[in-house]
Design a protein around this ligand. Structure first.
Ligand code: HC1
Ligand code: SF4
Length: 567
């Protein structure tokens, strides 16, 4: 075994990718901006410097651990270098911290505090950049950029897209979309992975909080919410709960206190999606038509297909995403149920995702000025609203969701994890194709964190080859394999964010990769504790079919629940 010494303490190391990770195994924290466990090593921020006996000061993220190394992590020289590096970053940073949306989770603020930078020695730069508000999903504020490059690498390395990059040098250096264009004018898919890794507020979700307050305060409006699966297991991180705490009932309570009239569950619509999509799939499979079928719940993925693989548009399921199915059904049935005019109903989604904001604004989902979903708030925006309303979220007791659209099976909840849609569809297809009851409902082979997971089901003589992929770069690699005939599948689930919606860009900022696993496990646990596990068993969904939709994939179902994507 290999050993080295950190501040005199003997530390064993194995295949850690750098000295930084070895040091972090001890109880020593090394500050970083540009080091991110999911991204390549960049070595630009200089915050992780350490002193190695015989070699001097080096950046620990770019240094390989070697046996016998003697490392000092906090000598006075090391602390001084870190402090100066930080002060220089601050000199180039817009310091409107008090009114910044990232105020309580900003890494720059935290490290300034941790490193004892309590005085600004350098003058703020003169150069100001305009805010880029062009995107429906995100806002870019280059004045808050610290040039760590995390966003550039996330867009390039995780998504394989690369529409943002460094431009210019010296004090004019910045990160910009290609050719200095605005974000809405390049082929950005709104996934927000850039925002998810940004340590400051240089790229953030586009807030719609004020618009939602206005609707709530309008006495003529009835405002209903739908809560996406992944929100319930992540919001607690902003209120002192452990990652993975399941807080659906507390969210309902908070939304009611804020003034929402009804609170429903996107998972209800996910159950509906399962039935529509599984039937669409079974039909295509039987007719051997346009296979593989790609899922279409993830709007980042849909836009990616439109921009980068238009030849696959007809392979996308025609099903709207659960968010849009919910909005469409809500606008169809709630006005009568609540005895109001359609135009007085506002549907607000609470989503873990930035791309859902742009999805809700797509023209396909606007019918003569009536949108299916009026506003989309991220998990972080909901937390901001809860705080603004003065609610002590941590003390709330759980409240039940409203019926009928608050009832779901566990199949609709696991949608929030990569692999969840496939598992939910498998639970349906099994019963539909075999005519037998499925008791052992967990398809564990579809779970896990591998970039690509595959499974083959043999259902009454029909062989179904399934693939699950998350992260758009991984999706591109799979598409390449399909084209080269190196792989063949019948149904492929794609989520733009690695791990699925639980790791969406609207979720609380975290540098702990473990949080993702805890959120994912919590959704599987929630499935276990729910009464029902299969979408086809959801009695309120069955009732919707008998009272409104008729059969799955019927003409009415098509007019409300399906769409056509185009380039
Ligand atoms: Fe998702 Fe979906 S699972 S896309 O990740 O299919 O955002 O959570 O709401 O629409 O249900 C997101 C989550 C979400 C949809 C569902
Ligand atoms: Fe790239 Fe996604 Fe950010 Fe757009 S939203 S710049 S595609 S990472």
């Amino acid at each position: 075994n290999n050993f080295l010494y950190v501040n005199g303490e003997k530390v064993e190391f194995g295949n850690e990718r750098n000295l930084l990770e070895v040091i972090r195994k001890t109880n020593i924290e090394i500050p970083t901006f540009c080091y991110h466990s999911e991204l390549s090593i960049y070595g630009a921020c200089r915050m992780c410097v350490v002193d190695i006996d015989g070699r001097g000061i080096v950046t620990s993220c770019t240094t390989k651990p070697q046996p016998g190394m003697k490392v000092k992590t906090h000598t006075s020289e090391v602390r001084k270098i870190r402090k100066i590096a930080l002060e220089l970053i601050l000199a180039n940073h817009d310091r409107n911290c008090t009114s910044c949306v990232k105020s309580d989770t900003c890494k720059l603020q935290k490290l300034s505090n941790d490193l004892g930078v309590n005085e600004i020695r350098f003058k703020e730069r003169e150069i100001r950049f305009d805010l880029d508000k062009s995107s429906d999903a995100l806002i870019r504020d280059p004045n808050k950029c610290i040039l760590c490059g995390d966003c550039v690498r996330a867009c390039g390395e995780i998504q394989g897209i690369g529409v943002i990059d460094f431009v210019k040098r010296g004090e004019k250096a910045a990160v910009m979309p290609a050719f200095g264009k605005e974000l809405a004018n390049v082929d950005c898919v709104d996934c927000g992975q850039c925002a998810r890794v940004c340590p400051t507020a240089s790229i953030t979700p586009k807030y719609e909080v004020d618009k939602v307050w206005k609707e709530i305060e309008n006495p003529d409006k009835v405002v209903v919410a739908q809560i996406a699966p992944a929100v319930r297991v992540a919001i607690g991180e902003l209120f002192g709960f452990k990652p993975g705490a399941l807080l659906t009932g507390q969210i309902v309570n908070a939304l009611k206190m804020i003034g929402f009239d009804k609170v429903f569950d996107t998972s209800f619509a996910a159950d509906l999606t399962v039935i529509e999509e599984a039937n669409e799939f079974i039909q295509r499979k039987q007719e051997d038509y346009k296979l593989p079928l790609f899922t279409s719940c993830c709007p980042g993925w849909v836009k990616f297909v439109e921009y980068y693989h238009p030849e696959l548009i007809t392979n996308l399921s025609s099903c709207k995403s659960p968010q849009q199915m919910f909005g469409s059904v809500a606008k169809e049935i709630l006005p009568e149920l609540l005895n109001i005019k359609k135009e007085n109903l506002a549907v607000v989604s609470i989503m873990p995702c930035t791309a859902k904001k742009a999805e809700a604004k797509r023209p396909e989902f606007n019918h003569g000025g009536i949108k299916e979903v009026d506003y989309v708030l991220t998990t972080v925006e909901l937390a901001a609203m809860i705080k603004e309303a003065g609610i002590k979220f941590e003390n709330l007791t759980p409240e039940p969701l409203d019926m009928p659209m608050g009832f779901k099976s566990g199949a609709g909840v696991i949608f929030g994890n990569s692999g969840g849609v496939s598992e939910a569809v498998a639970r349906y297809a099994y019963e539909k194709l075999t005519g037998q009851k499925l008791f052992d409902f967990e398809f564990k082979q579809l779970r896990g964190s591998d970039a690509l997971r595959t499974a083959e089901l043999e259902l009454n003589g029909t062989k179904i080859r399934m693939a699950i992929v998350s992260g758009l770069k991984n999706a591109s690699e799979l598409i390449k394999k399909l084209k080269n005939k190196e792989a063949e599948y019948d149904i492929i689930e794609v989520m733009a964010c690695p791990g699925g919606c639980i790791a969406g860009a609207g979720q609380p900022y975290t540098t702990e990769s473990d949080n993702k696993c805890k959120r994912a496990s919590a959704l599987y646990e929630s499935d276990k504790t729910l009464q029902l596990h299969k979408s086809q068993d959801n009695p309120y969904v069955s009732e919707l079919y008998s009272s409104l939709l008729g059969e799955p994939n019927s003409r009415k179902a098509h007019s409300l629940l399906h769409t056509k994507y185009y380039n």
